[in-house]
Design a binder for this molecule. Structure first.
Ligand code: HEM
Ligand SMILES: *[C@@H]1O[C@H](CO)[C@@H](O)[C@H](O)[C@H]1NC(C)=O
Ligand SMILES: *[C@@H]1O[C@H](CO)[C@@H](O)[C@H](O)[C@H]1NC(C)=O
Length: 548
């Protein structure tokens, strides 16, 4: 009996030993596999990509494993923006993109740098290459993954963060909500908001008898753009939707704070950890969705009770019409879910708020610095409007104002640079672009290239646009304030309309100049904006009479 027992015991041990060996071998294999995946992602593949570019004669920065050139870039930006500029110069590339000059000088205009760990990035400034990336070969490029990750966390899945077929579907719908007929219907809301803002200023005016008052226009235009967004998007629910807007501003601060960004980049899955910051972010998101949910429910109820199933003419109405709620003929077309609608509202506010507000701010600055252009714009506006309310036809008559806005967007584009990643092997302008290579388009620099714009590229000269964009520069792809190609800004006509309405109303009532308190310090934490605000002195014009 005992010997049988021993045999069993020995057999048991042998079995166990066998399992230990198999288990160890599998573990070793698994670890090797994981190590290979990691090495491939952070070392072999990026190095292959860089060698491919080097073999075509393009120089590259040496690879730093931790964050690539990111720490260096942060350091240079911090140094460049630590002080205000002593003169109001438009030569702001060294301040906003301080690495560009030195790296172009040492490595050539087309060079590879590292926009983060394992993110080899080709600097692209040639307009024909820009055209290929954004238009001709746009299916080979996606939004860069780091940017997408941050945006996804911030505003969820929507037109800004989706690609390919899904994007085409959403883009077609959003395109149609911004068609020119619908935009005309939004003019009234733009006038109402601007009027409210001007009344706010005029109250200040009544306090001082010399008709001169100072306004921090940067703040005022953020408020104005928010008010216009709320009215054009949510119609009669604009008061509720303001809360939505305020939450997004708060959310942006949290998500874009340097420490949060660093952790998001360094720790995979950092977002789901219950840190105080993450919990705060989730709370804000829940509140934002609750507000929109409520607005949408009321809208749907109203539509269902009416005979016509009218969802309203504002942006939300257009989106709901295209959603599951809409009962129109779809002929097999996919619809948006209510959740999609909510996330598209996040996207439109995010993309449209700061950008348009700052276009107005920079325009006021440039017209203050160039009183002769301010006068020309005012003359045009007074001639066309003659105290009457603005309509679509009047807007189209503003030639000088259009040139001025184009020139402002050239010198101070809200989006200073764009990054894409190649998702397929492709060629652009004879360069072979391997899958995984990022391309970086420094719009701010391209807009100042003397080759394209002439020796006065750094000067404010709206008349360069007198013959349109094609006459203003050699290659029209050197002017891309709204990007170009398939993913061009969907709100550009809306933004230009808003700017023209607001400026024409301001120009008719006031003349203005920069306050002596203004400190020139453009920065890009978000859209390109003046870090120290924009205090402006307004003088009430006596000639203006309201004839409506
Ligand atoms: C002066 C104001 C504006 C400027 C300078 C501007 C600029 C841009 C740029 C450069 C892009 C391309 C971004 C990229 O591809 O990474 C873009 C995209 C976009 N913009 Fe604007 N924008 C402005 C106003 C607006 C407004 C008012 C809205 C909406 C109400 C808007 C909605 C969008 C959307 C949804 C996209 C993404 C399009 C897509 O990916 O298909 N923008 N904008
Ligand atoms: C949306 O409109 C732009 C120009 O307004 C056009 O280039 C693009 O092809 C349209 N996209 C879709 C998906 O319809
Ligand atoms: C791209 O080309 C490389 C060789 O140059 C090849 O190894 C790789 O598989 C290709 N990638 C794709 C996605 O086709």
């Amino acid at each position: 009996m005992a010997s049988t027992h021993d045999q069993l015991e020995a057999g048991g041990w042998a079995g166990a030993a066998w399992w230990v060996i198999v288990f160890t071998a599998l573990t070793v294999l698994f670890i090797k596999y994981v190590i290979c995946i990691i090495l491939e992602a952070i070392w072999w593949k990026p190095m292959r990509i860089v060698r491919k570019m080097q073999s075509q004669g393009i120089k590259a920065r040496p690879y730093q494993l931790l964050g690539g050139d990111f720490p260096e870039m942060m350091k240079l930006v911090k140094a460049a923006q630590s002080e205000t500029m002593t003169t109001i110069s438009h030569d702001i590339v060294p301040r906003i993109l301080p690495c560009l000059g030195p790296w172009c000088a040492s490595l050539g205009t087309s060079h590879v740098f590292w926009q983060g760990t394992a993110a080899p990035t080709l600097t692209v400034m040639d307009p024909e290459m820009v055209k290929d990336i954004m238009s001709t070969k746009s299916s080979c490029f996606h939004r860069a993954s780091l940017e997408k990750k941050v945006l996804l966390e911030f505003i969820g899945k929507n037109i800004l963060t989706i690609e390919d077929d899904e994007w085409t579907h959403h883009r077609r719908i959003i395109n149609s909500t911004f068609n020119i007929e619908k935009l005309k219907g939004m003019l009234g809301a733009m006038v109402t908001s601007t009027d409210k803002m001007i009344k706010r200023w005029a109250t200040v005016d009544q306090l001082q008898e010399d008709s001169c008052f100072e306004v921090e226009v940067c703040e005022e235009f953020y408020k104005l753009a928010m008010d216009i967004f709320s009215r054009t998007s949510f119609g009669n629910a604009h008061k509720q939707s303001k809360k939505f807007g305020r939450f997004q501003v708060e959310l942006k601060k949290l998500v874009m704070s340097p420490s949060h960004l660093v952790w998001t980049i360094v720790i995979p899955g950092y977002r789901i950890l219950p840190t105080p910051n993450n919990r705060h972010i989730n709370r804000i998101k829940r509140n934002m969705n609750r507000i929109l949910d409520e607005i949408i429910r009321v809208r749907l109820q109203r539509a269902e009770s009416g005979k016509l199933r009218d969802y309203g003419n504002d942006l939300l109405g257009c989106l709901l019409y295209e959603s599951e709620a809409g009962d129109h003929e779809t002929k097999g077309r996919k619809k948006l879910s209510i959740n999609d609608v909510i996330h598209e509202c996040h996207a439109l506010l995010f993309a449209g708020h700061d950008s348009t507000a700052n276009l107005l701010t920079w325009t006021i600055m440039l017209l203050s610095l160039h009183p002769q252009w301010q006068e020309r714009a005012r003359k045009e506006v007074l001639e066309i409007c003659n105290g009457k309310p603005i309509d679509d036809e009047k807007l189209r008559g503003f030639k000088i104002l259009t040139m001025i806005l184009q020139e402002v967007l050239r010198l101070y584009p809200a989006v200073a640079d764009l990054t894409r990643v190649a998702v397929k092997n492709t060629t652009i302008q004879g360069w072979s672009i391997p899958e995984g290579l990022q391309v970086w388009v420094p719009i701010l620099q391209i807009h100042r290239d003397p080759e394209q714009w002439g020796a006065d590229a750094l000067e404010f000269r709206p008349d360069r646009f007198a013959g349109g964009v094609s006459k203003a520069c050699k290659n029209s792809h050197s002017y891309i304030p709204f990007s170009c190609g398939q993913r061009t800004c969907v709100g550009q006509t809306f933004a230009m309309m808003e700017a023209k309405v607001a400026l024409s109303m301001i120009l008719q009532r006031f003349s203005f100049q920069l306050s002596s308190k203004y400190k020139h310090g453009p920065t890009t934490k978000g859209a390109l904006h003046p870090e120290f605000g924009m205090p402006v002195i307004f003088h009430k014009l006596t000639s203006f009479e309201n004839k409506d």
